[in-house]
Design a binder for this molecule. Structure first.
Ligand SMILES: Nc1ncnc2c1ncn2[C@@H]1O[C@H](COP(=O)(O)OP(=O)(O)O)[C@@H](O)[C@H]1O
Ligand SMILES: [Mg+2]
Length: 250
């Protein structure tokens, strides 16, 4: 099983959007599991989950059979594990466990999805913390999501440090850099994009996703853009991203 962590130290760059769309595309070719490792619980909303779903990754009572029953009842076509909404005291307890045990997520995924998968795509938090570390600690591929803006540019040193740490592990396959919400008509967008590519070589321009109205429409309809608007520019670039992931994890 390959674990793909979606990383961006800046919030709102499109991690959840990319996780959901990538998951849906990979599911056409392999057995995929999507995992929400972010207490914001946004991922499931693009797959028909009810708002405020209490059970999830972070609620130890949830076990494999109950998860399978929930996914069946909402007719989720791609299996996913919501983060869950535990009471604050229980969340703190689970976070302490995860902080003390670097393999917490790995064990929890085995428990919840004992049948295994080809690819697990892990949505992560922007902030450093235990959930980001658990996801990065398990990742065999990291997708870094950047925006063509100065704030995102300023996170590059942190990104480099996190990626360098993960890349030391045996079995690590590589990093893909995605620039999201590119607007070729805006001079600032173009400038930041070229500064980013100069900062760390052409790596930073692996895939560019345009700012596309279809993405917002899809999320209002609580689905993914690749399903809602398969012929959009965003969906075409997402297919390139999925192909890169399949190439790296062949
Ligand atoms: N390429 C894009 N074009 C248009 N809207 C986008 C694009 N990528 C993300 N968005 C929108 O931006 C907002 C933030 O995206 P989200 O995936 O939730 O970010 P994150 O998970 O990093 O916080 C959402 O409303 C999403 O629909
Ligand atoms: Mg998110």
């Amino acid at each position: 099983m390959h674990q793909i962590a979606i990383l961006s130290p800046k919030g709102g760059t499109g991690r959840t959007t990319i996780t959901a769309n990538l998951g849906r595309l990979l599911a056409e070719r392999s057995r995929v599991l999507l995992v929400d490792c972010d207490p914001q619980n946004a991922l499931g909303l693009l797959f028909g989950m009810t708002v405020g779903e209490p059970a999830g990754l972070s609620t130890p009572e949830l076990q494999h059979q109950a998860l399978a029953a929930t996914l069946r009842s909402i007719k989720a076509d791609v299996p996913f594990i919501p983060f869950g909404h535990p009471p604050l005291a229980s969340l703190a307890a689970v976070e302490t466990q995860a902080r003390l045990d670097a393999t917490w997520l790995e064990k929890r995924l085995k428990e919840l999805a004992p049948q295994g998968f080809d690819h697990a795509v892990l949505d992560t938090t922007a902030a450093r913390g235990v959930w980001q570390s658990q996801a990065l600690g398990l990742a065999t591929v990291i997708i870094v999501v950047l925006e063509a803006c100065a704030l995102s540019y300023a996170t590059l040193p942190e990104v480099d440090a996190l990626v360098a740490e993960a890349a030391k592990r045996p079995g690590f396959k590589g990093v893909i850099y995605v620039l999201n919400r590119v607007d070729g008509r805006r001079a600032l967008s173009r400038d930041v994009r070229s500064a980013m590519s100069q900062a760390a070589g052409a790596d930073y321009l692996d895939i560019a996703l345009v700012d596309d109205e279809h993405v917002r429409e899809a999320s209002a309809l609580r689905t993914t853009c690749v399903q809602h608007a398969p012929h959009s520019q965003f969906s075409a670039a997402m297919r390139m991203l999925a192909a890169r992931v399949l190439e790296l994890t062949r």
